[in-house]
Design a protein around this ligand. Structure first.
Ligand code: APR
Length: 182
């Protein structure tokens, strides 16, 4: 954890905030995992979440079995501070003409819905698809903010806070700029 930097976006029922650090340390109700369709332990944020949650998460994911790209499923958080993990599968970047933006927006939207259905009121998102899946981070951040703003309007009564987690300074500044510009 490096810096706590809440930047509430006022005017929406769901607060959208930015926080920089390791998502596995956050005591929110739900953390989002940037998963694969087989819901297997991976690298990146997925590896960190599985390591912190412990082997029960592997078993829970095996029981669920599959998640389509753009969709989300929920499991318990086991050893994590978070009660739930919402696993979502972002699109692999193929240049932008294979529906990547729509699929990425769908990830954010479905995570909000699935988290609310599970009873979570606070949820934290890593920068889905921007690591191993190769989505350009600037474009991904614009999709993330737009999708959360839309979700904040629709799901305001069911959720309190959506945290955009930045693993590095550049990502944190990118989110701050997008939220501050509105
Ligand atoms: N906390 C917060 N963010 C993190 C952390 C962490 N502990 N570790 C990595 N990140 C950030 C990365 O900096 C990147 O910006 O998460 C973002 C997403 O990167 P990836 O984890 O590579 O996710 P993605 O691009 O969606 O690729 C998913 O990778 O691990 C596999 O199983 C996973 O096949 C799937 C693919």
């Amino acid at each position: 954890m490096r810096r706590a930097s809440p930047r509430p976006w006022q005017g929406e029922a769901v607060q959208i905030t930015v926080w920089q650090g390791d998502i596995t340390t956050l005591a929110v109700d739900a953390v989002v995992n940037a998963a694969n369709e087989a819901l297997r332990r991976g690298g990146g944020v997925c590896g960190a979440i599985f390591a912190a949650a412990g082997p029960e998460l592997d078993a829970a994911c095996a029981a669920v079995g599959h998640c389509a790209t753009g969709d989300a499923v929920v499991t318990p958080g086991f050893g994590l501070p978070a009660r739930f993990v919402v696993h979502t599968v972002g699109p692999v970047w193929h240049g932008g003409d294979r529906g990547e933006a729509e699929l990425l927006a769908s990830c954010y939207r479905r995570c909000l819905e699935v988290a609310a259905e599970a009873g979570a009121r606070t949820i934290a998102f890593p920068a889905i698809s921007t690591g191993i899946f190769g989505y350009p981070p600037d474009a991904a951040a614009r999709v993330a903010v737009a999708a959360l703003e839309a979700g904040a309007t629709d799901l305001g009564e069911r959720l309190d806070e959506a945290v955009l987690v930045a693993f590095d300074d550049v990502t944190a500044r990118r989110y701050d700029a997008l939220l501050g510009a509105r």
